[in-house]
Each structure stands twice: as structure tokens, then as C-alpha cells.
Design a protein around this ligand. Structure first.
Ligand SMILES: C[S@@+](CC[C@H](N)C(=O)[O-])C[C@H]1O[C@@H](n2cnc3c(N)ncnc32)[C@H](O)[C@@H]1O
Length: 224
């Protein structure tokens, strides 16, 4: 790792076993309070079945705090990066043996070509403006090895309302379930199409994509 990176040791023991966490109230990483006059759009609960990534190698998970989806799925081969220490602490509750770093996705504290895979799972919507989203994509392109893979799961955020509450139930292969409500700034023009265009502009090549209505999936490859 380079300077400007704050690594975070996991607690010695997980605070909960995964079964306990599943039935706790800790699975709703909503952010901030809404003022009384702001409008919001709420999605129906999206049932999302998670499975391991079908690629070998080291993963950097950008915006991977909160529910810690990737670290719970891929465990020791994940380096979780989040701009907020408290979000990393939330994810560490699940006890995954990952690496943890506080770092800004726009300026990652890793050497060029360090990772085989990068993930942006429901974190792009927290990078509200397109300048930020594209800076993060370019930085991902830099830290990926040549022909490294980027996996994106993203909420569609095209509503005119001030806020979008994206509700989902994530099902893990081992039977764990996490129900979340991601509270996002609305009106971002974030869709499958706009995200694919930004990826191509950032030098990544889209390999595959799927529109699931309120959310989308993209697989892209570094073209370095
Ligand atoms: C709520 S989480 C999304 C889901 C997360 N991937 C999970 O597994 O639960 C989004 C995260 O992105 C982080 N984030 C926002 N902007 C960021 C940036 N520029 N660099 C790194 N992380 C960022 C937020 O702090 C937040 O924890």
C-alpha cells in the first residue's frame, strides 16, 4: 500500500455470529436524516441472490463498508476500501477475514496494477456526481492488472425525487440473508446505459450487462 491509506485492524472477535446479525437491526445502512420537505421514492424490496465471483485473484471492493457484502462472500481475498471508518467498522461486525482500508476511491492508496478484480456493489450511488463516479472508474482502471475485471451492481437512480430508498434482500449462498434500505440522493441519472457510457469513457471495456429494473449488473474489463 502507498501513503494516504489508513488500514484498519479487525476486532479480535466478531461481535456477532452471522446468524445473530441477520436477526439484529444492524442491517439497514441508511444515511442521514431527511428534512420534512424533501421528497422520496421507495423501491419495492428487490430479492437479490448473491454468488461468488467466477474469477480468481485479489479483489478490491470500493465502498465496501456497511453491509460488507463482498467481504462476507469472498472473505480473505478481499481488500475492503471505504471513505468512512464507521462504515468499515459496521462491516467488520460480520467477522470476515478481509483486509480493511480507509481510502477515497478517487485516489486509491494502491500501486498501479495491484488487483485482479475490483467491485462496486451498490456504492456508485453514494458517489453522487458524474465527476466523482468517473474519477473512481479511472482509478479502478489504474489499480487493476491488465485485463483485470470490474463487477458493478448498481441501483437505477433516475427518479426526480430528492431521495431514493433502495430496498433489497440479499441472499448469500450459505443461507444468510441481509435486508437493507440504501438511502441515496435522487435524480442522479444513474442507469445501466449512463454507467456503461462512463465506463467506456474511463477506458474500461464492457463485457456483459443486465438490467433488472430497479438495479443493474455490469461486468467490464481493464483495457490497460
Ligand atoms: C452503503 S455502502 C454500499 C454497499 C456496500 N458495498 C455493502 O456491501 O454493503 C456505500 C459505501 O460507499 C462509500 N463511499 C462513498 N463514496 C466513496 C468514495 N469516494 N470512496 C470510497 N468509498 C466511498 C460510503 O462511505 C458507503 O459506506
Amino acid at each position: 500500500m502507498l501513503s494516504g491509506c489508513y488500514t484498519v485492524r479487525a476486532p479480535d472477535k466478531p461481535v456477532f455470529s452471522s446468524g445473530e446479525a441477520q436477526s439484529s437491526n444492524l442491517t439497514s445502512p441508511t444515511s442521514g436524516l431527511m428534512s420534512e420537505d424533501s421528497s422520496s421514492f421507495e423501491t419495492p424490496v428487490q430479492e437479490i441472490r448473491l454468488s461468488s465471483l467466477p474469477f480468481d485473484g485479489l479483489i478490491v471492493d470500493i465502498g465496501g463498508g456497511g453491509e460488507g457484502l463482498l467481504s462476507r462472500l469472498e472473505k480473505g481475498r478481499v481488500c475492503v476500501v471505504d471513505i468512512k471508518l464507521n462504515k468499515i467498522r459496521e462491516a467488520q461486525i460480520y467477522g470476515a477475514p478481509a483486509q480493511w482500508a480507509v481510502s477515497d476511491g478517487r485516489h486509491l492508496c494502491f500501486r498501479t496494477g495491484s488487483f485482479d478484480i475490483a467491485t462496486l456493489w451498490f456504492s456508485l450511488g453514494y458517489m453522487r456526481d458524474w465527476e466523482t463516479k468517473e474519477l473512481v472508474m479511472r482509478e479502478i482502471q489504474r489499480v487493476l492488472k491488465p485485463e483485470g475485471i470490474l463487477s458493478i451492481l448498481g441501483a437505477k437512480i433516475i427518479c426526480p425525487e430528492d431521495r431514493l430508498l433502495f430496498k433489497a434482500r440479499f441472499m448469500f449462498p450459505d443461507g444468510d440473508v441481509s435486508q437493507v434500505g440504501y438511502s441515496l440522493a435522487g435524480n442522479q441519472n444513474q442507469s445501466l446505459t449512463s454507467t456503461m457510457i462512463a465506463l467506456e469513457d474511463s477506458g474500461l471495456v464492457v463485457l456483459d450487462s443486465k438490467d433488472n429494473g430497479h438495479w443493474f449488473k455490469i461486468l467490464a474489463e481493464s483495457s490497460r
